[in-house]
Design a protein around this ligand. Sequence first.
Ligand code: SF4
Ligand code: SF4
Length: 103
Amino acid sequence: MQANTARADRIAQRSRSENWKKPPRRIESSECITCDTCLRNCPPEFGAIFDRGLDVVIIPELCSGCPKCVLVCPVDCIYVDEEWTPTGDQMWSHIELTTGDPA
Ligand code: SF4
Ligand code: SF4
């Protein structure tokens, strides 16, 4: 419950937790086979991975760098992203629409 609230706060503020020491991860789209295995394994308290249809992306502001997705990706295409760039408004709008908490 508290963890989901924290995620909702990160979405509302569009910012990464200052407590996260690890950099976020990024998916190299030219190598990704869009199998969604990473998406299914990203812990719900982070919920950082989204399938946009044509590609699968990690939202750096939601990614703790834990790195469960890296351990399950069949093609090893998830990399450390030290120089991540902030997520754009269009993607945030999509996230806000898809993260309504029905519970
Ligand atoms: S590193 Fe962890 S939090 Fe980040 S996308 Fe992968 S599974 Fe999710
Ligand atoms: S597990 Fe790897 S190949 Fe599959 S969607 Fe995620 S990044 Fe792409």
